[in-house]
Design a protein around this ligand. Structure first.
Ligand SMILES: NC(=O)c1ccc[n+]([C@@H]2O[C@H](COP(=O)([O-])OP(=O)(O)OC[C@H]3O[C@@H](n4cnc5c(N)ncnc54)[C@H](O)[C@@H]3O)[C@@H](O)[C@H]2O)c1
Length: 86
């Protein structure tokens, strides 16, 4: 069944490991469904490059990046605070 292009309209979806192979695919699907995709990844350089590449390829402004270490409670709390501010 095709995914509606407004299924995730108004929603922000955070993808941990978002700069990786699967993460990029998830971000593309989220944007395709009308949502905002946040690449949350420990690798800032790759994360920022991935954000810029996907923005260009998908012609979308609804892709963001945050640096996150999913193994660290402090990093998770920091990320939540940062996203709440944006
Ligand atoms: N690609 C596949 O076909 C496939 C199939 C089955 C399972 N998996 C599993 O799914 C997971 C993701 O696969 P992938 O192919 O996207 O891997 P990938 O290596 O391409 O991406 C993993 C991403 O996670 C990030 N990362 C690593 N440690 C992190 C941390 N502590 N906090 C935040 N980000 C972190 C890396 O920087 C990287 O961008 C892996 O565990 C893999 O074994 C992948």
């Amino acid at each position: 069944m095709p995914i509606s292009s407004d299924l995730l309209s108004g929603k922000v979806v955070v993808v941990t490991g978002g700069a990786g192979l699967l993460g990029r695919t998830f971000i593309s699907a989220i944007v395709g469904a009308g949502g905002t995709g946040v690449i949350a990844d420990i690798n800032e350089e790759t994360g920022l490059k991935t954000r810029d590449t996907l923005k260009r390829e998908l012609n979308s402004d609804t892709i963001d990046f945050v640096k996150l270490d999913i193994t660290s409670k402090d990093s998770i709390n920091q990320t939540i605070g940062l996203l709440a501010e944006r």
